[in-house]
Design a protein around this ligand. Structure first.
Ligand code: F6P
Length: 326
């Protein structure tokens, strides 16, 4: 493998608070170690369409506290084709990029894995997604901020829910994983979380209502993970209208507001540590790995493991939620 001189960095897929802190850490740590840096705009789209510029230390000044990503992001269909990836590689060669740092979620790292299997290019991934659904890492960049945003919103909904004595289904993001719903429910003292991971095991809505929930309460908040498997908040509310018409139900879908905002200290620190670790990994000759955190330690996770979509939810947390919502 030729010595690395220039490192490209891009953000891809859904944006996540802390991506800017990660871009900053990658850029500055690379420059600190004597590498040149190229910023690639709009994720893989910018690779395919040649939106690549020199990045110096000052290009990442004053961004650590901002949500979103200064590099912009996209979900790029063309990069899913052989021809798209060929064009991307030509641009990589034209700009003298010898290694790539990809900041994104499951789809972005799947793209990185495919690209790395076709071309001789070291790629290191950083887990950037609010969903926390990548395996091999306890936390993804953006997850903590999104959880705090959910908490802020649900606390406010609770005021009106209790005034009107209503049942609220609040839908949160997670792209078919229940981390935001489950931990959001614990953080807000919600009645329950309805999550896809256990949807095939149990009818969570019937279980909730038939367990006599609300026997000591006049209002209830249930966090629902977005997913066709859970039926989403709207689907559940429709079921309640039909099957349990005695309840006064309302739905709030938090949507994209969960992706915005200034990153929490935890996300800024995680992104800074992971960004620097990506450069360390390249210096050590690592490739095709994602940086993860395991009990506060930085770990290297093969792409194949990271994108397996088998990250288990913590069953003890489900139990805790049940115990605390009596
Ligand atoms: O993966 C991040 C995420 O925010 C998911 O939670 C959500 O399902 C999806 O992206 C929404 O994507 P888009 O911004 O393309 O609507």
């Amino acid at each position: 493998m030729a010595a690395i001189k220039t490192i490209g960095v891009l953000t891809s897929g859904g944006d996540a608070p802390g991506m800017n802190a990660a871009i900053r850490a990658v850029t500055r740590s690379a420059i600190y170690n004597g590498f040149k840096v190229k910023g690639i705009y709009r994720g893989y789209k910018g690779l395919v369409e040649d939106e690549i510029v020199d990045f110096k230390a000052h290009n990442v000044s004053n961004i650590i506290h901002h949500g979103g990503t200064i590099l912009k992001t996209a979900r790029c269909k063309e990069f899913m084709t052989v021809e798209g990836r060929r064009r991307a590689y030509e641009n990589i060669q034209r700009h003298g990029i010898d290694a790539l740092v990809v900041i994104g979620g499951d789809g972005s790292l799947s793209g990185a894995r495919q690209f790395a299997s076709e071309y001789d290019l070291p790629i290191v991934g950083l887990p950037g997604t609010i969903d926390n659904d990548l395996s091999g890492t306890d936390h993804t960049i953006g997850y903590d901020t999104a959880l705090n945003t959910i908490m802020w919103c649900v606390d406010r909904i609770r005021d009106t829910a209790s005034s009107h004595e209503r049942l609220f289904f609040i839908e949160v993001m997670g792209r078919e994983s229940g981390f935001l719903a489950l931990n959001g429910a614990i953080a807000t003292g919600a009645e329950a979380a309805i999550i896809p991971e256990i949807s095939t095991e149990v009818d969570q809505l019937s279980e909730l209502i038939e367990s006599g929930f609300r026997h000591s309460k006049t209002s209830s908040i249930v966090l629902v993970a977005e997913s066709p498997i859970t039926g989403g908040a709207m689907g559940l509310a429709e079921r309640v209208h039909k099957e349990y018409p005695q309840y006064d139900v309302r739905v709030t879908i938090l949507g994209h507001l969960q992706r915005g905002g200034s990153p929490t200290a935890q996300d800024r620190i995680l992104a800074s540590r992971m960004g620097a670790a990506a450069i360390d990994a390249l210096l050590e000759g690592q490739r095709n790995i994602m940086i993860g955190d395991d009990d506060e330690r930085i770990v290297y996770v093969p792409f194949t493991k990271a994108i397996r979509r088998d990250k288990p939810i913590d069953r003890d947390l489900l139990d805790l939620l049940r115990r605390l919502s009596i």
